[in-house]
Ligand binder design. Structure first.
Ligand SMILES: [Zn+2]
Length: 238
């Protein structure tokens, strides 16, 4: 939130109001992974880094359903948005359609930083070489000095809470948590960040399930409950 005040002599003062201001609702930035098209341009893996990665490889696809991951991610994300808003949370989406070329992970993360998000909630589904690989897991940033050391413990705490509630609601096998130092979308974050891998679209059982409204709702409910618990809000609204 920014307010520009014009002062005498043309001097401009930029006042930045924090979402921590008393009375304002917490902000969750929901990031539905990928988009209609991959983005093979590169970007630095973290601020000031010479190491570059492609902006977006495009994601996976349902082995039975044929559903692109970007569509599943958005379908679950929109349900999470509805549930969180019902609980009084202000939600900002990095995208709300699947129609373009992915903006990449730095741009997605900047949206979360600018919103001063209480949680940057990235929603994905996974793919693996083996069709038998299945289950849900949640990623969070490793503590890299100068990059993520300041958001490490809050992110880990959010990952734990969301993973527990996701498993409770969706009932896919629990693959636990994964700490990652190689993810652009974590290394640029100045706010607590997690990435939920709801299930494996390369596993026929999970792909078929995630193609249904019932399982998409169960995933959204679990993610919502975890996010609200992390924010210290009653999860009853989910
Ligand atoms: Zn993905």
């Amino acid at each position: 939130m920014r307010a520009t005040l014009s002062l005498l002599g043309g001097l401009t003062l930029l006042a930045v109001a924090s979402s921590a201001t008393a009375g304002s609702p917490p902000v969750v930035v929901i990031d539905p992974g990928h988009d209609l098209r991959a983005n093979l341009q590169t970007e630095p893996i973290g601020p000031g880094s010479a190491t570059r990665k492609i902006k977006d490889g495009g994601g996976t696809r349902g082995v039975v359903s044929g559903t692109p991951e970007a569509e599943l991610n958005l379908a679950i994300s929109l349900r999470v948005r509805t549930l969180l808003e019902r609980a009084g949370v202000r939600v900002v989406m990095t995208r709300s359609r699947t129609t373009g070329t992915s903006i990449g992970n730095v741009a997605r993360t900047r949206i979360a930083n600018r919103a001063d998000a209480a949680l940057f909630l990235r929603i994905h589904a996974d793919g693996a070489a083996s069709p038998s690989t299945r289950g849900s897991h949640t990623l969070y940033p490793a503590p890299r000095p100068g990059w993520t050391d300041d958001i490490y413990s809050r992110s880990r705490s959010a990952a734990r809470t969301v993973q527990r509630e996701l498993i409770r609601s969706l009932r896919f096998p629990d693959r636990g948590l994964q700490e990652r130092s190689d993810m652009t979308g974590f290394n640029w974050a100045d706010v607590p960040a997690i990435l939920v891998e709801v299930g494996f679209m390369t596993n026929p059982i999970e792909d078929r399930a995630l193609a249904t409204e019932a399982y998409r709702s169960r995933a959204a409910t679990g993610i919502c409950r975890g996010a609200l618990r992390f924010l210290g809000i009653s999860p009853a609204a989910c």
